[in-house]
Each structure stands twice: as structure tokens, then as C-alpha cells.
Design a protein around this ligand. Structure first.
Ligand code: DAK
Length: 265
């Protein structure tokens, strides 16, 4: 099924908006519970990159609908594909680019986040979930397995035992269990998911942008290098923060008992 193209944005599978310094990308394929098709992947990546390059934006939110963040990759689109199609097209290669986005991305999840949808939420920097959100990797029931980092990111978040159980059975986790397992940062009432994410993103976007980018990079580094190397990397970035205008402003504002007004430099 082809989705209609919005004449203003040029997008067919997503909506975009800004709230102050926050850029919001909303997955918008309601008839398929926001199933992730190749077009949607390209559009999300393009929108995130544009917000990343936009100096008036300090943080982003990726969200879906009340019923579904995303119910996984579009099964109809994938069903007839073979190995060569997947390999030559590099189907879903766009998702590999999301970690290159430097500004923070919050996933605001209501309803189902399944398969590629769960992986997409985990590709974001952290997840705010509604109390009725459901997370899972049900690919095994379709005769496949996770392919956008689920076996790696879920295992890092929850540990081997629970990751094995979830991926090998396809069982869904409710929001409270996902929170307890470390997948989700905060669980809030369903009706406040987006507002909470906007509030958090606005707070982040109000801080010293270089320090925000440095902190995100350093945290991500923790997953890739050993402790000594990670702390060394952190120390260099910490020292570099003292070369920013924001460090002078943040500390002066504290000493002068006023709100900091960061320039983003
Ligand atoms: N794809 C396509 N259509 C979907 C869909 C999906 N993933 N999920 C739901 N829909 C459609 C349904 O077919 C239905 O359409 P109509 O029959 O109305 O035309 C509509 O959305 C509403 O769904 P339901 O009627 O099923 O709604 P329910 O509330 O009863 O059930 C559900 C909701 C989320 C439990 C159920 O829809 C469901 O089980 N959906 C499938 C979940 C799933 O198996 N997700 C994993 C998909 S596989 C790759 C990397 C990764 C991947 C692929 C490639 N590469 C690197 C190459 C990822 C793979 C996956 O995610």
C-alpha cells in the first residue's frame, strides 16, 4: 500500500512539528499500526538529520500513535523478499544511520513497540513509555529474528537471560516490567506520554548544546570501550567543556543566582 504524500512536508509516512527547541517526528501509518516500511525508514532518517542540522533545535522526540509506537517492520512489504533483495537493497539500511544523529532523541512510546518498532525505540537515547505500552521482539513467530540491533541492544539493556527469553519466545513485556528490566527510563500515564517527553526534551534543549552533545557521545562510548579508555575519553570531553561559552554562562549564572541563558556555543 502506498501512503499519500503530504504536499507541505513531502512526507507520506511521518508528520513533523516543532515545539520551541524540540523537533517531533510522529510515525503516521495508522492503518498498519505504524508498520515500518522502507519509505518510512528513509523519511524518519531525513527528518532526524534535518532537526540535527537545525540550530534552533536542541533535542528530538520520536513518537507514534496512542495504539502503537510501531508494530514492527511491514510484514506485507517484506513477505515476498528473498535474501538477494534484502542484501542488495540493504533493506532498512537507513536505521543504521540513526546513531549518527548527535542531538538527543527521546522515544515517546504508547501502545505496541514490537519487532523493528521495539528496536527503533531502543535506537533512541531513552524511552518514555505510557503505562499500557507493550514491548517485544516477536520476529521468531514469523520465522525470522531481530535485524535492527535487537539481539545486541536488548541484551545490553536487560542482560542475556531475559533477552534470550524475550527473543526466543516473542513474549511481550508491559511497561512496568520494561521499566524494571532497564528498557524504559520512565513510565507515565498514557495521556501524558508526549507532554512528558516534550517537557524533558525542552529541558535538555535549554542546556549548553556542546555539553549535551559531549555527554551523549561519552555515554554511548561506554558501550563500546573498556572502563579505563571510557573514563579517559570522558575526561578529555569534560576538559573541552571548559572551552565552551556555555560553561562560562552556566557557572556565572549559578554564582549570580540567575537562570542561565545558553548561546549554544
Ligand atoms: N506489518 C504490516 N501490517 C501490520 C503489522 C506489521 N508489522 N502489524 C499490524 N499490521 C496491520 C494488521 O495486518 C491489520 O491490518 P488490516 O487487517 O486491518 O488490514 C492492522 O495493522 C491492525 O492490526 P490487528 O488487527 O492485528 O490489530 P490487533 O490490535 O488485533 O493486534 C498486534 C495488534 C500488534 C498484536 C498485531 O497486529 C501483531 O501481532 N502485529 C505484528 C507484530 C509483529 O510480528 N511485529 C514484528 C514484525 S517483523 C530488517 C531488520 C528488521 C526487520 C526487518 C528487516 N533488515 C535489516 C533487513 C524487522 C522485522 C519485524 O519487525
Amino acid at each position: 500500500m502506498t501512503d499519500a504524500v503530504n504536499q507541505t512536508t513531502g512526507y507520506s509516512s511521518i508528520k513533523i512539528e516543532t515545539r520551541g527547541r524540540v523537533g517531533i517526528v510522529t510515525l503516521d501509518r495508522p492503518k498498519t499500526l505504524n508498520a515500518l516500511c522502507a519509505t518510512l525508514a528513509e523519511e524518519v532518517l531525513q527528518a532526524l538529520k534535518e532537526f540535527d542540522n537545525n540550530p534552533t533545535i536542541g533535542a528530538m522526540i520520536l513518537t507514534g500513535s496512542e495504539k502503537a509506537f510501531a508494530a514492527g517492520a511491514d510484514i506485507k512489504e517484506m513477505a515476498e523478499k528473498g535474501f538477494s533483495d534484502m542484501f542488495i537493497e540493504d533493506y532498512f539500511g537507513a536505521w543504521d544511520e540513526v546513531p549518527r544523529v548527535r542531538k538527543p532523541i527521546i522515544a515517546a512510546v504508547s501502545g505496541f513497540a514490537l519487532g523493528g518498532g521495539c528496536e527503533l525505540a531502543m535506537l533512541c537515547d531513552f524511552i518514555i513509555a505510557g503505562e499500557n505500552a507493550k514491548f517485544g521482539q516477536p520476529e521468531i513467530k514469523l520465522g525470522i529474528m531481530p535485524g535492527i540491533g535487537g539481539t545486541q541492544r536488548l541484551t545490553r539493556l536487560v542482560g542475556k537471560s531475559l533477552a534470550m527469553e524475550l527473543i526466543l519466545t516473542g513474549r511481550m513485556l508491559k511497561a512496568d516490567e520494561a521499566k524494571q528490566a532497564g528498557i524504559v527510563a520512565r513510565v507515565v500515564p498514557d495521556e501524558s506520554v508526549l507532554d512528558t517527553a516534550i517537557e524533558i526534551a525542552s529541558t535538555i534543549a535549554s542546556y549548553n548544546l556542546p555539553a549535551v552533545l559531549m555527554a551523549k557521545e561519552a555515554i554511548n562510548r561506554a558501550e563500546e570501550v573498556g572502563l579505563t579508555e571510557g573514563v579517559r575519553f570522558e575526561r578529555r570531553l569534560f576538559q573541552a567543556a571548559f572551552a565552551t561559552e556555555g560553561q562560562k554562562e552556566g557557572m556565572a549564572a549559578f554564582l549570580e543566582k540567575r537562570e542561565a541563558n545558553f548561546s549554544g556555543r
